[in-house]
Design a protein around this ligand. Structure first.
Ligand code: SAM
Length: 358
């Protein structure tokens, strides 16, 4: 049986020298933005084929190119050493990655409560929820406190159509198991015209009855998927206006360290987040970068470029070289994203969200 992480004897403890957070130089780009949030796609594979995310028959990267869990751990740890305080594991579907719980457990040493007290405020995960019933308890025990579950509809048929075969009941069941395990669950909903844009109020009710936040997300034209990208797009201003027919929404000043703008729903007491990459830019406050499962550092979700960190990760120069490569790359973070469709309606960003780590 695969055992990961290996038991660390003193002689083969990790190469990283943990330094107190205050002693670490911050990761800054040339626009003065501080990067302290890393999202890692631990696999580009997924058991769902959401129509806006993946094609029906996606081509995944060969397994030999995917970073091992040990490499992912070293990479994340190098980012922590660079001042990253929040880490989100995503994919693809992170819960399909073998031994993912062991990775969470190992990385949790960087939490302030962990063995190295290495400066991480939290480790979170974005999941489609289909395997949560199996893993939620172990994830909570391994150090996860919060998860985001992607849920676009409460209608089983629509759910199966959007995910191309997904089973709504297993996701809803997984959410309940996660809550019982003590995880704080937030829902993410990608709003699509003619698919779920008229049923958002149902999701609000479902989430808020359970004390969960709901974040609504505009569809971004990334990745090679079939169908009409532009036709499916709904600006969230329209969704908000429709919700205001039914609910009283009060703008909240608070931010969750990300791009969502929150409102309180007076009737339910719960919160809705609006994430509007297309209709309202939020690049000026961007604090995040992403790493693909092959070790490519994506500095901006809405730009094609990426910096390969795998060579530095695998070089004999050790983790100091990796830390230097991260600092050099982040300095080149683009000022703003540039989502667009070309004249044939194809997305300018060919890299899918499963690879980038949504
Ligand atoms: N499998 C996990 C899940 O379903 O949450 C994690 C990976 S998924 C790529 C992460 C998030 O990206 C999901 O909330 C998904 O809905 C969102 N997403 C995927 N493609 C998108 C797109 N084209 N526009 C906006 N959000 C997208």
């Amino acid at each position: 049986m695969l055992s990961w992480p290996p038991l660390l004897a003193a002689k083969d403890a990790p190469m990283l020298v943990e330094r107190p957070a205050a002693a670490r130089p911050a990761l800054l780009d040339t626009f003065g933005r501080r990067v302290d949030y890393l999202r890692v796609s631990v696999t580009d594979r997924c058991n769902y084929r959401c129509t806006y995310c993946l094609g029906e028959h996606p081509v995944f990267v060969p397994k030999r190119e995917v970073l091992s869990l040990d490499e992912l751990d070293r990479l994340c740890s190098a980012f922590v050493r660079c001042g990253v305080r929040r880490l989100r594991l995503t994919g693809g579907e992170p819960l399909t990655r073998r031994n993912i719980v062991a990775l969470v457990r190992s990385l949790s040493r960087h939490l302030s409560s962990g063995a190295t007290a290495g400066g991480l405020d939290e480790i979170t995960m974005t999941t489609n929820g289909s395997l949560l019933a199996r893993f939620a308890g172990e994830l909570a025990e391994a150090g996860l406190r919060r998860i985001n579950v992607s849920l676009d509809t409460l209608d089983a048929e629509t759910f199966a159509r959007v995910t191309r075969g997904g089973d709504l009941a297993s996701v809803l069941g997984g959410i309940e198991v996660a809550r019982v395990a003590g995880l704080t669950v937030k829902l993410n909903t990608v709003v699509q015209a003619g698919v779920n844009d008229r049923a958002i109020a149902d999701l609000v009710g479902y989430a808020h009855r359970r004390g969960m936040d709901l974040s609504l997300i505009e569809t971004m034209p990334v990745g090679a998927v079939a169908g009409d990208r532009a036709g499916g797009f709904v600006p969230l201003d329209h969704v908000r206006a429709a919700l205001e027919q039914r609910f009283t929404l009060v703008d909240l000043p608070e931010r969750s360290g990300g791009p969502a703008r929150y409102v309180r729903v007076v009737e339910t007491g719960g919160r809705i987040g609006f994430i509007t990459p297309m209709s309202h830019g939020f690049c000026a406050d961007c604090n995040r970068v992403r790493v693909t499962c092959t070790g490519k550092l994506v500095l901006c979700l809405g730009r094609s470029g990426a910096v390969d960190l795998r060579a530095a990760l695998r070089s004999s120069e050790g983790d100091d070289a990796l830390v230097t490569a991260i600092h050099d790359a982040v300095a080149r973070k683009p000022q703003s994203h540039s989502f667009a469709l070309d004249q044939l309606g194809r997305p300018a960003i060919a890299r899918g969200m499963n690879a980038t780590g949504g």
